[in-house]
Design a protein around this ligand. Structure first.
Ligand code: UT7
Length: 332
């Protein structure tokens, strides 16, 4: 069996320009900046306009990643598109993106959904396809228009989310390059699946007049404390396992990029794995929880600012509806 190494060859992001602050929420519902800041670390988030879709946002992010990688879009062998709520149920979003990028090579197009963990699920799938010599270049997207399923009514969930798209081009690395994937872990605990869910709008519960009358067409059901505790426990466990199995340990780690859902969750995980604050990269204050876009956006910003350099080790971990969890350790 062929065995190749995977590298990140390009990164990109897109954020809508419209900023919605905690103070804007104060005008909409019974909440306040102090509560949101203390419980989540979030100060503001970006909200897409009607014409900004997961595909349009990911097109902009993908163009950045392709330019950074310096490849022709037709060299892309596969588009792997993580989206929790697609613009349209079918055809899949990856096919729309293929067209938007002008790719004519008929590359493979696949959507996946592991909610906020989906980018790292996609990373693991892409790594395995590259490692096994099946593909050389895979465009991985995490794009979420969370405002499309945020009713902006329920203060328990409304303040937590934001819109964004992140793109990462994963490519086969030359043997001489130091870049590689050092370990991945994926999992899901379906016994807690009801603690974060959107029950209506799918085939099992299509939107009816009655659902609209009850105001439940965009209902996100969440037990915040169950999600919080599970997230901290699982992300800390995956992080510790990856650091140990790789032999890297904390001393060998340069950067820790957890899913940007809540600063308290990030800090609790870091504390459990003894990760010092100066290794944590976070932007949750500016963008809130952008679900699967949060990690690729953070990588893009850290690469663009010169923080992350070639050869650095990066630990990424995420959790989301499912409750899914994931961890990926790489040498950039
Ligand atoms: O990608 C996964 C997405 N989900 C998550 O990341 C959620 C994870 N969980 C969390 O981040 C936290 O559980 C929350 C931020 C959602 C809540 O923080 P908490 O420390 O667990 O809050 P709490 O349960 O101690 O406080 C809840 C109280 C309730 O009031 P009562 O019943 O105690 O009177 C809520 O009604 O806070 C109230 N509350 C709010 N108050 C002001 C809930 N949302 C708000 C709000 N503004 N936006």
């Amino acid at each position: 069996m062929a065995s190749f190494k995977t590298k990140i060859s390009g990164t990109g992001k897109y954020h809508p320009t419209k900023v919605m602050t905690n103070f804007d929420f104060e005008k909409l519902m019974d909440t306040n900046d102090q509560w949101i800041t203390e419980r989540t670390g979030i100060k503001e988030r970006r909200i897409a306009k009607p014409e900004e879709t997961t595909v349009s946002m990911s097109t902009a992010a993908a163009k950045m990643a392709i330019t950074e990688a310096g490849i022709d879009p037709n060299e892309i062998d596969m588009i792997l598109f993580q989206v929790t709520m697609p613009d349209q149920f079918f055809p899949n979003s990856a096919s729309f993106l293929q067209e938007a990028l002008g790719i004519t090579n008929k590359c493979a197009c696949l959507d996946i959904n592991a909610a906020c963990s989906g980018y790292l699920y996609g990373f693991t799938i892409a790594d395995s396809l590259i490692k096994n010599g099946i593909y050389k270049n895979i465009l991985l997207i995490g794009a979420e228009k969370t405002s499309a399923f945020n009713g902006f009514k329920d203060r328990n969930t409304a303040v937590l989310f934001g819109d964004a798209a992140g793109a990462t081009l994963l490519s086969r690395a030359e043997r001489s390059e130091s870049s590689e994937v050092l370990g991945t872990i994926l999992g899901s605990d379906s016994s807690k699946k009801d603690s974060l869910a959107m029950p209506n709008g799918g085939a099992a519960s299509p939107i009816t007049k009655e659902i609209i009358e009850r105001g439940e067409e965009k209902l996100v059901v969440m037990n915040g404390q169950v999600v919080f505790k599970t997230a901290v426990k699982t992300m800390a466990q995956y992080s510790a396992e990856l650091l140990e199995k790789s032999g890297l340990g904390l001393d060998g780690l340069d950067w820790f990029i957890p899913h940007q859902a809540n600063l308290r969750i990030i800090e609790a995980v870091a504390q459990m794995v003894n990760c010092p604050a100066n290794k944590i990269i976070s932007n949750v204050d500016k963008y809130a929880n952008t679900s699967s876009a949060s990690i690729p956006v953070t990588i893009n910003e850290a690469v663009a600012s010169g923080k992350i350099k070639r050869g650095d080790t990066i630990l990424m971990t995420a959790f989301g509806a499912g409750l899914t969890s994931a961890g990926v350790l790489i040498r950039y």
